[in-house]
Design a protein around this ligand. Structure first.
Ligand SMILES: Nc1ncnc2c1ncn2[C@@H]1O[C@H](COP(=O)(O)OP(=O)(O)OP(=O)(O)O)[C@@H](O)[C@H]1O
Length: 212
């Protein structure tokens, strides 16, 4: 048996959560080691988004434990946790202002070069930096959300259906980016319905039981 306290990366086990009297997570868990891509593949409604939100404490589970490098995440300040563990939501909220303003949110001193680097890594060009974020397409906004997460240089990156709004070529570029990030030591969780992407990009598959 692995010992969650001695394991590096993000480890969750025994998570239970009920909402409106119905179980959403039942004994859910995941292991996200540094440098590995894990595809979270489970039926619609199985609780994938909820699990990812629990991992960064946007939702508190009713029971279970989540540790980052062996330390319970409940001992970490939420903002510090979320800097180390980046979550890219399926439809990231765009803040008022430009794409660069969105990437810089919370990191006002981020240099132009770093903004450009994050945009390129997310599959956008630097030319997007000055465009109003609210006017972008859904797929472009998804990539701005990824750029915003990457600019924080997270240790663990959680992506909720990152390619759902993308065409095949753009999805392929995201896959390449994720492999590069993993090679740099970032632990990645990719929640997806795209089995081809999961097979192409992930080292391991994780799942959740279907809806109750
Ligand atoms: N705050 C909430 N209140 C009530 N029900 C909720 C709440 N949050 C999640 N649920 C329910 O929990 C279940 C899991 O939702 P979740 O979005 O985590 O699933 P998912 O696996 O990400 O689904 P999909 O693949 O369709 O995006 C759904 O049935 C959802 O309606």
């Amino acid at each position: 048996m692995s010992d969650a306290r001695a394991t590096t990366g993000l480890v969750a086990h025994g998570l239970h959560l009920a909402r409106a009297g119905r179980p959403v997570l039942r004994d859910a868990g995941i292991v996200l080691p540094p440098g590995r891509v894990t595809a979270l593949v489970a039926p619609s409604g199985a609780g994938k988004s909820t699990l990812l939100r629990c991992l960064v404490r946007l939702v508190e589970p009713d029971a279970g434990e989540i540790r980052l490098d062996g330390r319970p995440v409940t001992e970490l300040e939420a903002t510090a946790l979320r800097r180390r563990v980046g979550l890219v939501a399926q439809h990231p909220a765009m803040l008022p202002g430009t794409v660069a303003d969105n990437v810089r949110h919370g990191l006002p001193d981020l240099a132009d070069e770093a903004v450009g680097e994050a945009l390129r890594a997310a599959g956008l060009t630097e030319g997007f930096a000055g465009r109003p974020a609210a006017a972008l397409s859904g797929g472009e906004q998804a990539r701005v959300g990824l750029a915003r997460a990457l600019s924080r240089r997270p240790e663990i990156l959680l992506l909720d259906e990152p390619t759902a709004a993308l065409d095949e070529a753009a999805a392929g570029r995201i896959g390449t980016t994720l492999r590069t990030l993993a090679a740099d030591g970032i632990g990645i969780c990719l929640s997806t319905h795209d089995l081809a992407l999961a097979d192409a990009v992930a080292d391991t598959r994780a799942t959740l039981p279907g809806p109750a």
